[in-house]
Design a protein around this ligand. Sequence first.
Ligand SMILES: NC(=O)c1ccc[n+]([C@@H]2O[C@H](COP(=O)([O-])OP(=O)(O)OC[C@H]3O[C@@H](n4cnc5c(N)ncnc54)[C@H](OP(=O)(O)O)[C@@H]3O)[C@@H](O)[C@H]2O)c1
Length: 321
Amino acid sequence: MKAAVYYENGGPDVFRYEDVPDPQVHRKGIVIRVEAVSIEGGDTLNRFRGALVTKPHIVGYQAAGEVVEVGEEVDNIKVGDKVVTTGGFGSHAELRAVPARTAWVIPPGMNVLEASAIPVPFGTAHDCLFEFGRMRKGEIVLVQAGASGVGVAAIQLAARAGAAMVIATASSDARLEKLKAYGLTHGINYQRDEVAGEVARITDKHMADVIVDPVGGPTLQSSIASLAYRGRVSMVGAAGREAMVVDVGSMMGGNRSLSGVFLGAEIATDRVHDNIQQLIQDVADGALKVLIDRTFPLKNAADAHRYIESRQAVGRVLLIP
Ligand SMILES: NC(=O)c1ccc[n+]([C@@H]2O[C@H](COP(=O)([O-])OP(=O)(O)OC[C@H]3O[C@@H](n4cnc5c(N)ncnc54)[C@H](OP(=O)(O)O)[C@@H]3O)[C@@H](O)[C@H]2O)c1
């Protein structure tokens, strides 16, 4: 098969488009013919500095397509099903092998490109808001990097759950403008305005009850400074690629909390698997929306990663083999 591979970490230029051996099916796994690769924030980070657990390495967490092989112990998925899959690596390819446990059947008639972009961003945003953020109706939610894949999902889920305000940050007004159609009530352009000061102004000093932070680094400090009394931050990523050196001194007096969230640790549990299947159904039913910014051919994976890192993408960028 063909795959977008690399032999060393670095910028998007490390990608090569090469022939590699087809992946083998595991007795508890499946192989899919990939129809859409959803480039996740973790894919750009892994290309930049992640471990090369295979060489050449095929990066990528998430892809959807048609099942072409099924392991002998798999009884809930069959050849010909359309599925969306996650795994530690291997999405940037024509074929992909994963455990059946991290595959979700796509409802008949659903757009495969949209389905390809659901499990990690929506599953993560859901856990950040509800499982770890304990968000309740009427609370104020702040989403850092609102234009990211996780961010667009978190904005919609918070709005759907009855947040009193859904505030998000982004690096430009144009990016924030696009989020209004997904439930954003107030945008903060952090290139121009200081985040905690703006949250205080917008909320009349109440601040944010629940904060989703996929950026980390100095941004995490702005999240902590934006917390309401008993507020909760779900720290879920390092998109900013900077060290997480934060001062938590303000947290004790306000009974505030900070949780780290890693979906991968629980993605194969019944709780998360069922939750993601429901989120896929919600998109199929039109109750949630997937925002696809643009698609690139798989052979142009470098251009796609470059485009994401130019900070122009809002929502997801896909690769099509
Ligand atoms: N722990 C978990 O379970 C889990 C699950 C999913 C994702 N994540 C992590 O969450 C983060 C976001 O994932 P995603 O898929 O939503 O990412 P994404 O769609 O690629 O978006 C990343 C966003 O981060 C913002 N950003 C801030 N500083 C940046 C920098 N220095 N370089 C590039 N972008 C920067 C950009 O928005 P602005 O330009 O508007 O600031 C960009 O849109 C990633 O670090 C990912 O690894 C973790």
